[in-house]
Design a protein around this ligand. Structure first.
Ligand SMILES: [Zn+2]
Length: 212
């Protein structure tokens, strides 16, 4: 049994109405997101795939990885994708005091220019959420969660199952989670092309969350 939802239930979204769970669905747009990069091999592969399908996406980056792989970061920006803050060290909000958590977000904001924040593991406490905009230096900062998980991080799933997770649950406006990480690579590498092709065949377009 998996300890997370593939499709985010409506009751969870309603419990936290200030968080972003979906993007604008007009024009049949869906929003692919990639967490935990940039990575020097996985991220360029993702960018190549997106280019094949003329797809835009949003990358929630770890500050520490941005510093180590600046040229990959530059390519993400140059190709018009959205960028978000995913903390500097991938800290878990439930296990970190608010001051330390926000200091980590602030450190990431020094190398990631974005008004979008996604908490690692989707775990953030109220006292942390309240301080995000100030820590990021972005008065209009938004906390972005998701509608659909591919579960590419979960080795008990096959690549086909990860693709099916997305293809079964995506609707216009869905925010979909993948990971441009070594851990997710065995599933990501098989699932992403299936998802891009499958959603495109159903008439969806792929947008970046930059303007949300
Ligand atoms: Zn993450």
């Amino acid at each position: 049994m998996h300890r997370y939802f593939i499709k985010m239930p409506v009751f969870v979204k309603r419990l936290f109405p200030r968080y972003v769970w979906e993007g604008p669905g007009e024009g049949n747009v869906v929003y692919l997101t990639f967490d935990d990069g940039p990575h020097p091999e996985v991220t360029p592969w993702v960018l190549d795939q997106l280019r094949v399908f003329d797809a835009q996406a949003t990358f929630f980056c770890i500050g520490n990885n941005v510093v180590r792989h600046p040229s990959v970061m530059d390519r993400i920006s140059a190709e018009g994708h959205g960028i978000g803050n995913h903390t500097y060290d991938h800290v878990n909000g439930w296990k970190t005091e608010p001051d330390a958590y926000l200091a980590n977000v602030r450190k990431a904001a020094s190398v990631i220019d974005s008004a979008l924040f996604r908490p690692p593991y989707g775990r953030i406490r109220k006292a942390q959420a309240r301080g995000i905009a100030e820590a990021m230096g972005q008065p209009g900062a938004r906390i972005v969660l998701w509608d659909v998980l591919s579960a590419d991080f979960d080795a008990t799933y096959s690549p086909q199952q990860c693709a099916d997770n997305v293809l079964r649950h995506t609707v216009a406006g869905s925010i979909i989670v993948f990971h441009d990480s070594v851990k997710a690579w065995p599933n990501l590498s098989g699932a992403l092309p299936l998802v891009l092709r499958g959603l495109q065949e159903r008439g969806f377009r792929f947008g970046a969350l930059a303007g949300v």
